[in-house]
Design a binder for this molecule. Structure first.
Ligand SMILES: CC(C)(COP(=O)(O)OP(=O)(O)OC[C@H]1O[C@@H](n2cnc3c(N)ncnc32)[C@H](O)[C@@H]1OP(=O)(O)O)[C@@H](O)C(=O)NCCC(=O)NCCS
Length: 79
């Protein structure tokens, strides 16, 4: 989105593999990759049903209204 922020899109785990920790693993890898690229803040326009998932991973709701709530997560940058 700019030098410090990146947008997360199209996060999905196959239906038969959900609720087994793969989503958490995927996002941990994504956060590590992004922070190595110098990204300081991630933003997502979430599906309503996925807000609890992001909440469990430490994301914060910044816009609750609308079809796709906006959440953000600050990353620790560095090597
Ligand atoms: C949302 C999605 C990516 C989560 O992946 P997952 O592999 O099922 O999630 P995990 O098993 O890694 O769960 C991680 C944590 O989030 C929680 N969680 C997962 N989905 C949740 C939900 N819909 N509501 C509330 N909490 C949820 C789990 O309880 C778990 O918490 P814990 O580790 O503290 O017990 C997956 O369900 C999915 O693909 N959904 C359909 C597509 C979608 O909505 N994508 C998001 C678009 S923004």
């Amino acid at each position: 989105m700019d030098d410090a922020a990146a947008c997360v899109r199209t996060v999905a785990i196959r239906a038969e593999s959900q609720a087994k920790g793969y989503g958490r693993m995927l996002m941990a890898g994504l956060e590590k990759f992004a922070s190595r690229q110098g990204v300081e803040r991630l933003v997502v326009n979430a599906a309503r049903d996925a807000v609890g998932f992001y909440g469990a991973l430490g994301w914060t709701v910044v816009e609750a209204g609308g079809e796709n709530p906006v959440l953000t997560k600050e990353l620790r940058t560095g090597p």
